[in-house]
Design a protein. Structure first.
Length: 489
């Protein structure tokens, strides 16, 4: 497969295509702002999420003379925010972060098209990839959010592009840049840390005609340097060796609350713990997101399935827990009584989780992981699109939302299948992208449910563009094969 030479229309019209992408991304920023941001809110563009404080508060505490605390998050978002805070106030710095996210998001639309062009040597595939990603809101709807989702998505695309370019041009400078962006991805989404292993293997075995340690060291150097500072900081602050997050997979503010105990119990049998999703298993236990009227949904929901139980507790036992949680959180109790009720519920859930692991080990440790996949992958892909019920939308918005849903379903179904096929045929790979793209796609999809027992629809945002490239490439190749077969006598 030839490298990018700058001869195609798609490459020569790069400025036009980048400006068009930036324009679309700007529109997709103004759209959610108009529907969800109060007019009297400080700043202009940024939207605070429930997780925003964990990314930004550590920087504010440090700027006020304190330490980087709370320190659960790696500073992938905090680092650029810290730079903006050197010369801007808080609202302006958050707006500047949105501007950065917007610029990288728009640039990434064009770079993803180049990735498709390099992977397939097909101008049509590049244009289709560019056009579909330009149209999609699945990732761009997060460009206003004070979280890691937008930056992680863009950083993955840039890393993939630079990685292949480094090999094509035999450029150690580009290789170091690719290593830096993979480091940034890890500091944004620590779960990506294990991608260092296949990336390093590709550098070691594919760089040049002979295996060499020098390019491998150059590629890993950004991670080794930045990670060393982070590890040393964590040791000095906590006297613990924490190469990624502090406090483990789940932050203390969740782990030590009823939510944390419920999450661990639900993860044991593969239940849906996303409390803000309609119909989630956790609603049955009395936790919800939104108005209290939603609790009726939980009370009327189906109880946990048969494989959720183990000797030592039954459905009546879980009903007692759900009533304790409902009464403590929403029953208007005195604080001391509420704390006592929650302590009883937490102790019971911890005991039931241990009993499930002991008496149903295969379900608890194996089956549950595969059941978690559905909670993350199988979704509409447009849940965050428009802050109104579907039946209240005008016809054009309904059509737009249906198109976004169809695009998500196409990308996930064909993208995951294409990734599996490409990895199965890894010996036929004609470029680094042919291996790296499916590795990134499948790893980022399955590491959450299969390794961490985590399953949130938002996790698909980060890998969606890579799945899009794979889906479009596979589909275009399939169409070509079908046409070729039809022309044969």
């Amino acid at each position: 497969m030839p490298s990018l030479k700058g001869h195609t229309w798609f490459e020569r019209r790069w400025l036009l295509l980048v400006l068009l992408a930036l324009s679309f991304r700007a529109a997709y920023i103004e759209w959610p702002i108009a529907g969800s941001r109060p007019d009297d809110a400080p700043g202009h563009w940024y939207i605070v999420t429930p997780d925003s404080h964990s990314y930004l508060d550590p920087i504010e505490n440090q700027l006020q003379g304190g330490s980087y605390y709370p320190d659960y998050r790696m500073p992938g978002v905090g680092a650029p925010y810290w730079l903006f805070r050197q010369f801007l106030d808080i609202p302006a710095s958050r707006d500047a972060l949105v501007v950065l996210q917007w610029f990288l998001s728009g640039l990434s639309v064009y770079l993803l098209g180049l990735v498709a062009l390099r992977l397939t040597d097909s101008h049509r595939t590049a244009l289709a990839t560019y056009g579909l990603f330009l149209f999609s809101t699945f990732t761009s709807w997060h460009d206003t959010s004070m979280s890691s989702d937008s930056l992680a998505t863009s950083a993955i695309i840039i890393q993939v592009y630079l990685f292949q370019q480094a090999f094509d041009r035999s450029s150690k400078w580009l290789l170091a840049c690719a290593g830096f962006f993979l480091t940034w991805v890890i500091f944004l989404r620590p779960v990506a840390a294990l991608l260092l292993i296949p990336a390093a293997a590709l550098v070691f075995y594919q760089w040049g005609k002979a295996r060499s340690w020098k390019p491998l060291v150059i590629f890993l150097m950004p991670f080794m340097l930045i990670e060393s500072f982070w590890v040393i900081r964590n040791w000095r602050a906590n006297q613990e060796f924490n190469p990624l997050t502090n406090q483990g997979v789940m932050p203390d503010e969740i782990a030590d609350r009823p939510l944390g105990y419920l999450m661990r119990f639900l993860q044991g049998y593969g239940g849906n713990y996303i409390w803000w999703e309609a119909g989630a298993d956790i609603r049955w236990f009395g936790l919800w997101h939104g108005s209290a009227a939603l609790d009726d949904e939980g009370r009327n929901a189906d109880p946990p399935p048969s494989y959720a139980y183990a000797p030592g507790y039954d459905q009546d036992s879980l009903l007692v827990v759900s009533e304790l949680i409902r009464t403590a959180l929403h029953g208007g109790m005195e604080q001391t009584d509420s704390i006592a009720y929650l302590a009883r519920a937490n102790a019971a859930l911890e005991r039931y989780t241990e009993q499930h692991a002991e008496h149903a080990p295969f379900t608890h440790h194996v089956t549950s992981r595969f059941l978690m996949i559905r909670h993350m992958v199988i979704q509409k892909g447009a849940e965050t699109l428009f802050g109104r019920f579907y039946h209240t939308l005008p016809a054009w918005m309904k059509l737009f939302k249906l198109c976004q849903m169809a695009l998500y379903m196409f990308v996930t179904a064909f993208g995951i299948w294409a990734g599996i096929v490409m990895l199965w045929r890894w010996r036929e790979a004609t470029s680094v992208l042919s291996i790296w793209l499916p590795v990134v796609a499948l790893y980022m999809v399955f590491v959450y449910p299969l390794v961490l027992k985590m399953a949130e629809g938002r996790f698909m945002v980060h890998v969606f563009p890579i799945l899009l490239v794979l889906a479009v490439s596979y589909t275009m190749d399939l169409i070509t094969r079908i046409r070729g077969a039809a022309k044969q006598p």
